[in-house]
Structure formats: structure tokens, C-alpha cells
Design a protein around this ligand. Structure first.
Ligand SMILES: Cc1cc2nc3c(=O)[nH]c(=O)nc-3n(C[C@H](O)[C@H](O)[C@H](O)COP(=O)(O)O)c2cc1C
Length: 167
């Protein structure tokens, strides 16, 4: 808040961007078989026992209903060479949920969620609880299955994709 009582949203967003994160694509399958997926960097670990993670989804996302009601979702942690995939899933849904998957190959995981190949880790989560979080909905997932591959992660900081300096 500045002296005039004005909250500078753009500066806030830019300050948040100082916090370096990994990049994930979170996917799910809805009750009518429709697929949903988007790029997410609000992912964080919560608890080891029980194994819980969290992420937040914009209330304006066309995928909101699918994620609210699906039994499971998959959190695909992107590898350093997957910036194109991140951009693909960061494009707003134009027409209908599922359109982002038409050109992609994927396996199917718990609850029918698409599993993207080439990731450095993946967490398949039961859709445990959801919490109000301003203009986002905070999802807490119970991890039922996970995998990890020896690949460098994709990073995001200051509005740009980055890679680790060390191999
Ligand atoms: C690096 C990165 C991280 C993002 N993180 C989130 C996030 O945590 N939650 C969210 O709702 N949108 C996030 N977005 C924006 C969505 O990916 C984007 O709005 C996308 O168009 C949503 O797809 P939809 O239109 O199918 O909902 C992120 C975008 C990028 C590039």
C-alpha cells in the first residue's frame, strides 16, 4: 500500500516473481471424460505424513469445474527441456476444455488423469480438500503415487524460464 492507500498490483506481481520456482503442468479428467491441464508454479509441499501437496487455481479458469470434481489429478514437474510444453499449457483455453491435448501423446494415470512423458517428477494425487484463497482456489492433494527421473528441472523466475547453472 502506498501513501495514497493504493495497492500496486503490477509491482506486487513483479515482487512475487522474485521467488524462483519449478514449473508443473497439472492435469485431470472430468466426469464426462473431458481433459483439463494448465501450467502451474504455485505448487508446494505441505506434509510428509500424510503426504500432502498444494497448488492454487484461478477462479476464472474454464478448467475449474473439472478440478473441483475430479477424484484425482496429476502434477507433472517439468524438465529443463520442456519450456515449450509449459507455454503450450499456459495458453488460455479458447474453445473447450481438452483442446490442449489434441496434439499430445500421454499415458493415463489415477482417475484417468493424463501423464505427460519426459518430466523430472510426477505426483498423482487424490483430490483431498479445497480452500478459498481470494481469486484462486487452493487445492490440497493426498499423494498416492509418485515417480522421479534423473533430469534437470525447468525453473521460472522474474517472468522468465531459467535453468540451473550447474549440470
Ligand atoms: C510459469 C507459469 C506459472 C503459472 N502458474 C499458475 C498457477 O499456479 N495457477 C493458475 O491458476 N494459473 C497459473 N498460470 C497461468 C495459467 O497457466 C494460464 O492462465 C492458462 O491459460 C490457464 O489455462 P486455462 O485457460 O485452460 O485455465 C501460470 C502460467 C505460467 C506461465
Amino acid at each position: 500500500m502506498n501513501a495514497e492507500g493504493h495497492f500496486d498490483t503490477r509491482a506486487f506481481r513483479s515482487a512475487l516473481g522474485s521467488f524462483a520456482t519449478g514449473v508443473t503442468v497439472i492435469t485431470a479428467r472430468g466426469a464426462n471424460d473431458e481433459l483439463a491441464g494448465l501450467t502451474v508454479n504455485s505448487f508446494a509441499s505441505v506434509s510428509l505424513d500424510p503426504p500432502l501437496v498444494l497448488w492454487s487455481l484461478s477462479l476464472y479458469s474454464p478448467a475449474l469445474a473439472v478440478f473441483q470434481h475430479c477424484s484425482h489429478y496429476a502434477i507433472n514437474v517439468l524438465a529443463a527441456d520442456q519450456a515449450d510444453l509449459s507455454e503450450h499449457f499456459a495458453r488460455p483455453t479458447k474453445d473447450r476444455t481438452g483442446e490442449k491435448f489434441h496434439t499430445l501423446k500421454f499415458d493415463t494415470g489415477m482417475g484417468g488423469a493424463p501423464l505427460l512423458p519426459g518430466c523430472c517428477a510426477r505426483f498423482e494425487c487424490r483430490n483431498e480438500t479445497r480452500h478459498a484463497g481470494g481469486d484462486h482456489l487452493i487445492f490440497v492433494g493426498l499423494v498416492e503415487k509418485f515417480m522421479r527421473e534423473e533430469r534437470a528441472p525447468l525453473l521460472f523466475q522474474g517472468g522468465q524460464y531459467r535453468r540451473l547453472a550447474t549440470p
